[in-house]
Design a protein around this ligand. Structure first.
Ligand SMILES: [Zn+2]
Length: 267
């Protein structure tokens, strides 16, 4: 039997699942590096200053501002960015790259780029004042690199617009060993493993985990030989509809094990 809630979910997939495909990947560290090296080439062409970079490195530091610095040493360009920058779109990174590279190359920077940067900077400080991008309930861990609240709001609005039972998405207090996320039926609460709140983890991985847990919220388990089956065929099929699903699975398979090793070594 298909419940009315699931029906309405299928309905919303047909209409919004495809449209938002390009939206699913935000400006992750890889993309930032790409924009940053593209803008470098633009300035290299127009400037008289002879600067050659063959390596581009991005380093993130914990901060709620949008601060960034750029240094060039022996053909190596190091861009240090606040973690908050990861939550900004491509336009922001392009503007920031122009501002930083124009200084290095001693070239004028167009007012257009400065205005873009100012726009995001004032938006970010307004959010900080209002405490918007923090998880509200005080007991839970705050977002440092990935804005969980923003991710879940967007997913809920796009894929579950007709959700009758509300659900909250939070970072778990502790990093568990095995689970990426969990869903608690009684509290209608989704907890995401805080190990994922890291700049090396692409946003689409976290979004896929949120999406997976939200499906548990609406797809009831099936009974088979006295056992509850949570990941039914229908569940798996529905899960694949999410635009970032395939990429997320690939990242978890190929990059996640070494990421975990790196995290554990640092502790
Ligand atoms: Zn599951």
């Amino acid at each position: 039997m298909v419940s009315p809630i699931i029906m309405s979910m299928q309905y919303s997939f047909e209409f919004s699942g495809e449209i938002h495909k390009t939206d699913s990947i935000e400006t992750g560290p890889e993309q930032v590096r790409k924009i940053f090296s593209e803008v470098y080439l633009d300035y290299k062409k127009i400037s008289r200053k002879k600067i050659t970079c063959t390596e581009f490195e991005t380093v993130y530091f914990r901060s709620h501002t949008l601060n960034a610095t750029l240094k060039v040493e022996e053909k190596r360009a190091t861009l240090k960015l606040s973690a908050r920058c990861l939550m900004q779109p491509e336009t922001f990174h392009r503007a920031l790259s122009h501002i930083l590279w124009s200084r290095i190359f001693n070239c004028p920077c167009s007012e257009k780029h400065r205005n873009v940067w100012r726009y995001y900077e004032s938006k970010n400080s307004a959010q900080n004042r209002l405490g918007i991008s923090e998880n509200k309930p005080g007991n839970f861990r705050k977002s440092e690199f990935h804005d969980l609240q923003e991710y879940s709001e967007k997913i809920l609005k796009t894929y579950f617009p007709k959700l009758s039972k509300p659900v909250i998405v939070l970072w778990a207090k502790r990093a568990g060993r095995n689970r990426l996320g969990s869903y608690c039926v009684s509290g209608r609460k989704i907890l995401i493993n805080p190990v994922l709140d890291h700049p090396d983890v692409p946003g689409y991985v976290i979004k896929s985990v949120i999406f997976h847990e939200l499906l548990h919220h609406i797809i009831p388990p099936e009974q088979s030989h006295g056992r509850k089956i949570y990941h039914t065929r229908f569940f798996r099929r529905t899960e694949r509809v999410f635009p970032g699903y395939a990429e997320s699975e690939r990242w978890l398979r190929e990059a996640f094990p070494s990421f975990l090793k790196k995290c554990r070594r640092k502790k």
